[in-house]
Design a protein around this ligand. Sequence first.
Ligand code: ATP
Ligand code: MG
Length: 461
Amino acid sequence: QQDWEARFRLPHLTDIFPDAPPIPSTFCLKMRTPIDRDFPGRYSSDEQWHGYINNNDRVLLKTIYYSSPTSAGAECIGPDCTWVEQWVHRAGPREKIYYKPEKVKAAIVTCGGLCPGLNDVIRQIVITLEIYGVKNIVGIPFGYRGFSDTELTEVPLSRKVVQNIHLSGGSLLGVSRGGPGVNDIVDSLEERGINMLFVLGGNGTHAGANAIHHECRKRQLKVSVIGVPKTIDNDILLMDKTFGFDTAVEEAQRAINSAYIEAHSAYHGIGVVKLMGRSSGFIAMHASLSSGQVDICLIPEVPFNFHGPHGVLSHLKYLLETKGSAVVCVAEGAGQNLLQKTNATDASGNIVFGDIGVYIQQETKKYFKEIGVHADVKYIDPTYMIRAVRANASDGILCTVLGQNAVHGAFAGYSGITVGLCNTHYAYLPIPEVISHPRLVDPNSRMWHRCLTSTGQPDFI
Ligand code: ATP
Ligand code: MG
């Protein structure tokens, strides 16, 4: 707790402003006080306003009892069955607020690639800030670039502006990669008088947010930097899921279904669908599981042979012989070892991947031609169609709660944290801990084995 307070509570804000107004009662659950703890059903008749989140509330990350270290997934118990408790801080409104709402200038920025739900989060941050009484809310256009590009001007935001933005995909503010360094961003924050910064983005954006947080501390600025993780790949550590993932899986199923219909309707048809997932195959695995139409699922975490007697191609031959058609679902980061390295990087310094979908299509065509078997191979890459759709109902709810909690975190005086869903509860997490490396599909997990059971594919080793 002490470590947490030292790292993430703004030091110069440790004393609550004596004349700060009380937090709006909207954020408080009306509760009745128990008369007697031993008789939980007995409450005093008068209702009291005290349903806030306490700073010491915790969310446990594991709620399953593993009886033995050999139980599947029991990585949190030692060989002697001792429990290693893991927890994070519970998100939500605190009873005391650390900013005077009329002194707040809040800014929102969205960086990286598009992801369903960005507009939902922007909308909810604005709405919640307004309920706190904040009048000065702006959007920084086109990611971090908006801090330095003099041709780009701040977008004033209000409930009226954001009311319907969640009805379409994309980002109202625009996104970008690359952009100015941390010093320039913090200079710009100072010039603009911004004291709450909400950063929506992936691992790169969060690394940036963390650096901005540290630079603000160094300069002793009263700025809360709060992240909301945006990764369609669902590759952030400790979180149940990130927004956009659910929508992506649902939309990916449509592409898989089209591939299936094409393959099924052609003589010896093979459909190849490439889905998002640079280092983590969650979308490919979940879309394969949910669609039930995939015969081969390939993800970055699980190496596979493509040629050779136990490779993907010989299994495709077997599938054509036995089923007449086949569907392959591949994550973009899978099988990169098969492709020629380009060494190219994007504006943010991320390595540009070779197209595994094109490789699979070309090599499959070549293989069947060589062995004299007819095969009709079609390749679908629905990436940009999926990224641009609006959030589905489940992601809409996730975005709404994440947006609200981001604002509660800032008003609680925290900085350098991000918001996430952990074990079905909303929590604040330290940025460095959740982006230290991407969350991966565990090839030994029950879920991956369920996926293999569903596709019926062998180990391609
Ligand atoms: P996506 O999941 O879409 O890739 P991302 O946030 O990882 O999202 P990037 O393009 O990698 O997207 O980064 C977004 C922004 O963060 C860019 O403007 C980039 O300059 C900045 N950034 C990336 N890595 C760092 C870093 N290590 N330190 C500071 N800023 C960074
Ligand atoms: Mg990234």
